[in-house]
Design a protein. Structure first.
Length: 294
């Protein structure tokens, strides 16, 4: 098992999944604390990296496209403080971080996990029920219905219609945008047969966000709804516009034979290490040599 413990959080890897636990430090974002521990199956990973700086570095996980409803709902717009797939690492722990990266990469190679997109969510999304108050309203979701309620800051034209209850079956899309510069953000739900392009300030199916502390929490509502909608890849596959003949795959390159041989060598090294033939140091050196050849 590989584990790294920092003020920013704790990451642990048992060979099958990664457990990402946010730290209790005051600098850890409210979104990560509310999201809590994440269990990321190995099959959801596309890669892992360590970026080193003079005083601190950063571990980064890259998930396969379509694996996580939170990443899909936020469209890559989560900034660094709120991104649960980044971990700040102090410079004196770089050795541990490098070992962690090696262990995850080795597991990805041994299990031959592809880096391409998936057609089903591999993470469940935030648990429900949940309710978040930010911007000009409160958004709640119980797994079947979305409830939008307004506050005294809501535009009169939107508040006049009263609170909104939207059935999940009527939702075709959800989008979350953070406030950026002079532009306000929003959480918006697209309702079947009622698309609109009016500003979120006036849209009764949207909450306008102004960049305050609790605004990022609206991403949790977006992700919880997204996790219960049809996966975008499957929805696209059933769209007749996208029904195209399958393109034959390219011939397998001869170099893949070498790649398979290296994978077999990694398995052999693991067996030798477990049986005691190779010491920990000998196993690490031999494994690094094979990985470099890959």
């Amino acid at each position: 098992m590989a584990e790294i413990i920092q003020k920013d959080g704790t990451w642990a890897f048992d060979g099958d999944a990664l457990r990402l636990t946010p730290g209790r430090d005051k600098n850890v974002s409210l979104l990560r604390k509310e999201l809590g521990e994440l269990v990321v199956p190995l099959g959801a990973l596309a890669g892992v990296s360590l970026e080193q700086g003079k005083k601190a570095g950063r571990l980064r996980l890259r998930l396969r496209d379509g694996a996580d409803p939170l990443l899909h709902a936020t469209g890559g717009r989560l900034t660094e403080p709120h991104d649960p797939y980044q971990l700040i690492v102090e410079s004196d722990r770089y050795g541990v971080a490098e070992y962690f990266v090696d262990e995850v990469r080795s597991a990805l190679l041994l299990d031959q996990v592809p880096a391409g997109p998936v057609d089903a969510y591999l993470l469940p999304g935030p648990s429900v029920p949940l309710s978040v108050s930010a911007g000009d309203g409160t958004a709640g979701f119980d797994g079947e219905r979305i409830r939008l309620e307004w506050n005294w800051k809501t535009e009169d034209a939107k508040a006049a219609a009263g609170a909104r209850t939207l059935a999940l079956a009527d939702i075709t899309g959800v989008e979350w945008h953070p406030a950026a510069g002079l532009e306000n953000g929003h959480l918006r739900f697209t309702v079947r047969h009622a698309p609109t392009k009016i500003p979120p300030k006036y849209d009764p199916n949207a909450v306008e966000l102004w960049g305050f502390k609790k605004d990022p929490l609206m991403a949790l509502v977006a992700a919880a709804v997204q996790a219960r909608l049809p996966h975008p890849a499957r929805a696209a596959a059933t769209d007749p516009v996208d029904a195209r003949p399958e393109v034959p795959s390219a011939p397998v390159a001869a170099s893949e034979d070498d790649h398979d041989a290296l994978l077999r060598r990694l398995r052999e090294l693991g067996d030798l290490h477990r049986s005691g033939v190779l010491t920990e140091e000998e196993f690490t050196l031999a494994k690094q040599a094979v990985l470099k050849r890959m």
